[in-house]
Design a protein around this ligand. Sequence first.
Ligand SMILES: [Zn+2]
Length: 497
Amino acid sequence: MNTTGWLRGLEVCAGGTGIVSHAGLALLRALADKTGLTGGLSGALASRRPLVHDRGQVLADLACAIADGAEVISDFRVLADQRELFGLVASVPTCWRALNEVAADGPRAAARIAGAVNAARRVAWAGIEARHGALPGVAVADMVLEGVTCLRLDASVVACHSEKEGAEPNFKGFGLHPLGCWCDNTAEPLAAKLRPGSAGSNTVADHLEVLGAAVAALPPKFRRRLMVTCDGAGASHGLIERLDALAARPGYQVIYSVGWELGERERTALRLVPGQAWQIAIDHHGEVRERRADDACGDRGCAHRTCWREEAHVTELTGLLRQGPAGDQLDGWPATMRIFARRERPHPGAQLTLFEAEDGWRYSLWVTNLPARLRGWRADPAYIDAAHRVHARVEDAVRTGKDTGLGKFPSQAFTVNQAWLAAALIAATLLAWLRLLALDGPLAKAEPKTLRYRILHAAARLARSGRRRRLKISATWPWALAIVTAWDRITALPQAP
Ligand SMILES: [Zn+2]
């Protein structure tokens, strides 16, 4: 076998003209322009000083670069290096200056940036509705909840070195500890707060601030029917009271599902649950969570009781805690709050508490205000459990977010990193809008890494004739047609003011 055959006759020279790499970035930049994001940021960051580079344009371009994979500010060059396509783009030092200015302006600049993004979101979501008929629903096991906007809160440690301002130890690691809120329907971040490493996972004030910003980030017509989820032992009086108050507002419906701590009160209640009150849980296909026992018979389709092992159950503890022999033990919590428990067989080698070890099950608790009078699949405890468990989807958003600017903060200064965080949120948002407004099939669900390879980093030739420029995506590129179709869809969007 001749393994070096591909080398024969190959020459490398520097004479190519009109070649563009990262050609697909033009889609994101056009999307930022069409939705009014670039213009909005430009207004938000307008300065009285005469500037060569509009600061809103710089921030929009930084977001595009982060979406494209930029991890440090010097990666901002990705646009400037393709000047034939993108025209005169700010330099890396100008990008630093722009971030420093946003940082120096503090909360005022942050509020103006959020205002510009939120205005563009109204345009983008109207486009999503126009294209798909509605915002995507929220998948719960094998069912889809339509007409509800789902917000998921999650805090995550971003590892970084000690010289960074705010980098501190935390029970999850060492670094910064941002708290964010993602929209499950569109998989986009709505708001986030950069916090020092030692910030708690369940700090009420932070949760309320980020939740408030996330609700404000929603286009008004999508704020009326909400689902809010938060995991860990997230339930605090402050958070539940705020959610209860939101739910009580006339014309609004807010259903929450929030993690709850397993304490002595709950352990006592769990000991009192009769066996038959545990209902089998379902998996993400809507199938009951059971598997073949190790010593099952040879017939895989058998119905022997001993051949199947149930893996997870769910039960409601509200009655036991509210009307048990010890009286109402949830006194002081909203009357609409219900408490549920899931028990699962622990994985071999899992760390168990004493209670779990003696009992043989691992427990997770959560609370919800889903009305008890509700009928239909949503009222089934198996689906109430599934609806809480899908909170875990936020972990995908956090993971891909960390791959899109949230995983690395460029500055020593906390405030500059906050400005970077704002750009990173815009980057993830633009990718979400790209998927929903312009892509199809697997690309419409693809993670940033895949979108980069297939779309954003594609090579093309820029041909000129007269005043027209034509960007020709390589004819052999498997996603050439997808790129062209996406471009047509983006340019066909009405130009936002
Ligand atoms: Zn059997």
